[in-house]
Design a protein around this ligand. Sequence first.
Ligand code: C5P
Length: 231
Amino acid sequence: MSDDRLIVALDVPNALSGLQLTEKLGDAVSFYKIGLGMLTGGGMALANELKEEHGKRIFLDMKLFDIGATVEAAVRGLAQFNLDFLTVHGDPHVVRAAKEGAAGKDLKILGVTILTSLDRADLDASLIKPGDMQELVLERAAKALEAGADGVIASPQEAALIRALPEAEGRLIVTPGVRPAGAALGDQKRVATPASALADGADHIVVGRPIWQAEDPRNAAEAVLNEIKSI
Ligand code: C5P
C-alpha cells in the first residue's frame, strides 16, 4: 500500500539504524529523505543501497550553496547516482548551476526558499531585505522556479500560495513540517496535517519524527497513508 507522496525523513543517528528503520517500514514506504546528519555518516552508501537493492526513491537533502562552478561540479557528481531529488538553496545562480550539473539526468533540483527555522529577526541579522516573511518566501520561490528549479521546499502553510504562482505550474512542492493530528510538534512551528498539506497543493510531504520515533513506525506510516488515501 505504498504511496510515494509520503517521504520519510531518515533522521536517525547512522546508516545502520537507517537501514533497520527501512526494514521495519518495509513495503509501506517507497520514498526516503537522507539529510546532512546521515550523509556525513555513511548516508550515500545507504542511499545507493536503498535505491539499487530495494527499489526505493531517494531525496538527498543537502541544501547546497556555493559559487556556481562548485555547485555545478557537486551536482554533476551526484547526478551519476540514480537518485531522485536534491535540495539546493533557492538563489537563482545556485539553481541555474545545479540544473546545469544535472543536465541529461533524472535528478530533480528543489530550491529551498527560507529555512523554516528562521524568523524575521534572523533575516535582519543576515541583512535580508525588510518585508513580510511569507512575501519573501513567495518571491524566493518564484525566483527559484524562474531559474529552472524542478520544485521548491516550503512550509505546508505556504503551499497554497506557491501553488497559485504561474511559475509553479507543473513544478513540485515538497513540504516538511507535517504532523498528523495529535502528534508532537517537536521544534516545528508552522505545521499542517498530511491531508491538508496535499489538499493545499503539495506533491509530497516529508514526515520524520512522528514515524521514526514511534513505538511502531510501520503503524505510524500506515496511519499517514490512510489519512491521505482519499486526497
Ligand atoms: O521530524 P520532522 O518531521 O520534523 O522532520 C522534518 C524533516 O524535514 C527534517 O529532516 C528536517 O531537517 C527537514 N526540513 C524541515 N524544514 C525545512 C527543510 C527541511 O523540517 N525547511
